[in-house]
Design a protein around this ligand. Structure first.
Ligand code: AMP
Length: 390
């Protein structure tokens, strides 16, 4: 059965088509600079990449081109072979605790939730509507990045703020990266053949740490928005909230602050411009003091969450590293494991020298097993969609 996994951003559309249940990727690609000049798209079939320039005034035009490419490349002979389309939706708040088939009321709720994700939910809706126009027979599903975290108890998700901020404005922790955390949880269930206590470190340009017990999220580091938690590429993570009114009193607008804490902070803020951890690692080798400081802050913020969740879970069976940094940076992983040595956690230098593939990286006498597990959000979207279509 052919299932399409879709991730729409405000100016992009990423897609991956699977043959399910075999999990075979038939085509993957990306439309970029939608609604802007110099737009283009690229796709990969059997490892062979094709890139084309195209006028992409809106997402509808991107979908129109995509379905034509599917036909021209014989990925499908007819569009009714596409049985399901799974759409990634960033914010489902407390309205959705699982993947759902999209109908008008689901669309209305996603639209209402745009106030919590003003950049992302409207883009997902544009994508959903565009596919409805061109691929009429497929069952469309919404896969929410917040759904996996809906199992958190109130004492984990509520902030110690006036309670009516929660009831009136919906201010609470929702978390993010749930599709990735769910994928890793399922992967480790398959590996251990049972549910274990997991601490999952999804660390890429954005990052979140999740505590998992009995296959369910107990707590996660991102909050009301993805800005909370660990230090990230350009986001500040946890800070003293009173800094915000202090800076407003110093002349910044709320928009200035929103930009500063989301786009100008984190590794980039500390170093004055370097947000990619590969460049930070290069800077450290050259003795750049700001890069050294940024890396220390980053590692400390991850270690603090792992330690916190180790206590919350009453011990952990496995710590998993995933996403761009988690999968590809042996140095960062080793620094994190070394900082956890007081818990009896020990990395294996040789095993840890691994990139982008499933590897056990802890030594045999480590109290907690540590792993690298490549995440696959697109496959998780396709699997959830396949289950609903089936
Ligand atoms: P993601 O958001 O999961 O795509 O992760 C992207 C981030 O992963 C990049 O910004 C880099 O900071 C990081 N990254 C990717 N490859 C490497 C690598 N080889 N070494 C260190 N960091 C890496």
């Amino acid at each position: 059965m052919k299932i399409l996994s879709v991730n729409c951003g405000s100016s992009s559309l990423k897609f991956q088509m699977y043959e399910m249940p075999e999990k075979e990727v038939l085509i993957s690609g990306n439309f970029e600079r939608i609604g802007l000049e110099n737009s283009f798209y690229s796709y990969k079939i059997n490892g062979e990449k094709t890139k084309k320039e195209a006028s992409l005034p809106n997402h509808g035009e991107a979908v129109k081109i995509l379905v034509q490419e599917l036909l021209d490349n014989n990925i499908v002979n007819s569009l009714d072979e596409i049985k399901g389309i799974g759409h990634r939706v960033v914010q489902g708040a407390d309205k959705f605790d699982r993947t759902v088939i999209i109908d008008e009321s689901v669309k209305e709720t996603i639209s209402e939730l745009s106030k919590l994700a003003p950049l992302h939910n409207p883009a997902a809706l544009i994508g959903i509507n565009a596919f409805e126009q061109y691929v009429k027979d497929a069952t469309a599903t919404a896969v929410f990045d917040t759904a996996f975290h809906q199992t958190m108890k109130e004492e984990q998700y509520i902030y110690a703020l006036p309670y009516d901020w929660y009831t009136k404005y919906g201010i609470r922790k929702y978390g993010a990266h749930g599709t990735s955390h769910k994928y890793i949880t399922k992967y480790m269930q398959d590996y251990f053949k049972e549910n274990k206590k997991l601490i999952i470190c999804h660390i890429g340009s954005g990052g979140s740490i999740t505590a998992v017990k009995d296959g369910k999220c107990v707590d996660t580091s991102m909050g009301f928005t993805p800005n909370a938690g660990i230090v990230m590429g350009t986001r500040c993570g946890d800070i003293d909230a009173s800094i915000i009114p202090f800076m407003i009193d110093n002349g910044l607008t709320s928009k200035d602050i929103d930009t500063a804490i989301n786009k100008e902070s984190g590794l980039k803020g500390i170093t004055g411009g370097i947000s990619d951890s590969r460049d930070i690692e290069d800077g450290i080798k050259e003795g750049n003091k700001k890069c050294i400081l940024a890396q220390k802050l980053f590692v400390r913020s991850v270690v603090n969450y792992i330690a916190k969740y180790y206590v919350l879970l009453n011990g952990a069976d496995a710590i998993i590293f995933t996403a761009g940094i988690g999968e590809n940076s042996p140095e960062t992983r080793m620094q994190i494991m070394e900082s956890l040595s007081s818990l009896g956690i020990k990395g294996d230098n040789e095993a840890n020298n691994s990139r982008g593939k499933f590897t056990k990286i802890s030594s045999s006498d480590s109290t907690v097993e540590c792993f690298v597990v490549p995440t696959n959000e697109e496959l998780m979207i396709a699997e959830d969609t396949y289950e609903l279509v089936k």
